[in-house]
Design a protein around this ligand. Structure first.
Ligand code: C5P
Length: 239
């Protein structure tokens, strides 16, 4: 995999036209575009198709969490849309994760199927919230490792993990288990509302497979230049 394939640009912009402009500008210097709940609810599945028509590949970040059959059926729809990756909450349980893996394989019938990632502990939940709101007594990191292992056992391709969790997930899961990490800031960029951050170079050295970057690219005066610099930083770290 080339360094540019490791870059996922979060298309968090409110206007559809601007988002499509960014796709045209960036599709050949990044691996994928991340479409989250906000653009998907605003613009619908046709937005995914428009991105693909402009040469962009899509990570559908809708974090499915429901009973096994419902998530399996949503996974089939994501596979039919032709996305490269989508995600589900590990908190949905083993039966749910196994059901969606099976459904997506069946739907894709031998063809390339989307990679399914697990969302573990949301980074908005610290130890206190995990205990008080969810009744979970493990530390956030222990819970991330627990759910990452569950996801791997159920046949998922990988996890979404914060920069602080990359090394631990790498240690506890297999070498092919994908780690996708947001909260990435190139040296010198503002952190915004991100608390646990890492640079592209450090994330790659820690063993990340893909980094997700939003504002440092989509709000840059020259988004293409910003993306190229991030790719170059990863290239140098990979040498
Ligand atoms: O603009 P920024 O680079 O912070 O964007 C990161 C993207 O990754 C956003 O779409 C954000 O919602 C998402 N994300 C995150 N932290 C998580 C999970 C997802 O920043 N723990």
């Amino acid at each position: 995999m080339q360094a540019k394939d490791r870059l996922i640009v979060a298309l968090d912009v409110p206007e559809r036209e601007r988002a499509l402009e960014l796709v045209a500008l960036l599709h050949d210097c990044c691996g994928m575009f991340k479409i989250g709940l906000e653009p998907f609810c605003n613009f619908g599945p046709s937005f995914v198709e428009e991105i693909q028509q402009r040469g962009g590949r899509v990570f559908l970040d809708l974090k499915f969490h429901d009973i096994p059959r419902t998530v399996a059926q949503a996974g089939r729809a994501a596979a039919r849309l032709g996305v490269e990756m989508f995600n589900v909450h590990a908190a949905g349980g083993r039966e749910m994760m196994k059901a969606v893996v099976e459904a997506v394989r069946e739907e894709s019938a031998g063809k390339n199927h989307p990679k399914i990632l697990a969302v573990t502990v949301l980074t908005s939940l610290g130890a206190e919230e995990l205990h008080r709101d969810l009744g979970i007594n493990r530390s956030p990191l222990e819970q991330v490792i627990f759910w990452a292992k569950e996801a791997e056992e159920c046949g998922l391709a990988g996890v979404v993990a914060s920069p602080e969790e990359i090394t631990a997930v790498r240690q506890h899961c297999g070498g092919n288990f994908l780690i996708v990490t947001p909260g990435i800031r190139p040296a010198g960029a503002g952190a915004g509302d991100q608390k646990r951050i890492s640079t592209p170079a450090d994330a790659v050295k820690d063993g990340v497979d893909y980094i997700v970057v939003g504002r440092p690219i989509v709000q840059a005066p020259d988004p293409r230049q910003a993306a190229l610099e991030i790719v170059q930083e990863m290239e140098e770290a990979l040498k």
